[in-house]
Design a protein around this ligand. Structure first.
Ligand SMILES: Cc1cc2nc3c(=O)[nH]c(=O)nc-3n(C[C@H](O)[C@H](O)[C@H](O)COP(=O)(O)OP(=O)(O)OC[C@H]3O[C@@H](n4cnc5c(N)ncnc54)[C@H](O)[C@@H]3O)c2cc1C
Length: 214
């Protein structure tokens, strides 16, 4: 290992690794070090200790549209052997009674799964998807592919359009307020009841199907 570097990056999460790859492509010699035993940060993949042979991410596991990010293209990851698989069933929340709430690539299947728990929530979900499709296409995707703006400048820019103002309005809501005012009420009550102790989880990310409780 060389003993001189142009730069040292603390941490080997994917943001560090992307930065390191860009710097290396510019001809710089860069070392990335991590206090954890394996690189990858929140995206690290390990073998599940309870289910040998199954490998998945310890934290972040669901990365929709990752392959359309500019860095994925720029760094030609597929030419280097990367193959990103998005299963049709993306995420499932398994309940104790054996039912599951499912999030599919195909939106209609997702809405049907919501409908098995609550027709009202399924209708709300459809309404939100309709409303947010143009916001995602015209604001969020272009934003994800551009250098970030200072918050005040972003706010000012978004404030100039109807879609931008709606995004700012919704982004300012807390999840609990959004739940009570936007109509995804039945499922929220079900989550609360099915969570140990009947309280809200601090972190409400769904878990991958292979990680169901024993
Ligand atoms: C439970 C959970 C679920 C998530 N699910 C999703 C998801 O499904 N989809 C999604 O897109 N995002 C998800 N996220 C968010 C995603 O994991 C993070 O946005 C992403 O990992 C951030 O990447 P990063 O490179 O900035 O930093 P990180 O991935 O956090 O990596 C930081 C690295 O730096 C190391 N480090 C820190 N301090 C030091 C130090 N002083 N010296 C040396 N090393 C150091 C750490 O060990 C770590 O390896 C989830 C996050 C959590 C916590």
């Amino acid at each position: 290992m060389p003993d001189e570097y142009d730069g040292i990056i603390l941490g080997t999460g994917h943001n560090s690794l992307v930065l390191q790859a860009y710097m290396a492509r510019s001809g710089l010699r860069v070392l990335a070090v991590d206090r954890a035993p394996a690189p990858g940060g929140g995206l690290a993949t390990i073998e599940n200790p309870r289910v040998p042979g199954f490998r998945h991410n310890t934290h972040s596991f669901f990365h929709r549209a990752l392959t359309s990010m500019p860095w994925y293209r720029d760094l030609e990851l597929e030419r280097h052997g990367a193959r990103y698989i998005e299963p049709e069933l993306n995420v499932a929340l398994i309940f104790r009674d054996g039912r599951s709430l499912e999030w599919w690539t195909n939106f209609e299947k997702t809405a049907e799964s919501f409908g098995e728990f609550s027709q009202r929530d399924a209708a709300t979900l459809r309404r939100w998807v309709e409303e947010f499709r143009p916001i995602v296409e015209r604001i969020l995707i272009p934003e994800a592919q551009s250098p970030p703006l200072p918050p005040e400048q972003r706010q000012e820019l978004l404030g100039r359009s109807r879609l931008g103002r709606r995004l700012l309005e919704v982004a300012a809501l807390s999840p609990d307020y959004a739940r009570s005012t936007c109509g995804l009420g039945d499922l929220a009550i079900l989550f609360r009841r099915s969570w140990p102790g009947g309280t809200w989880p601090k972190c409400a990310w769904a878990v991958p199907p292979t990680w169901r409780r024993p």
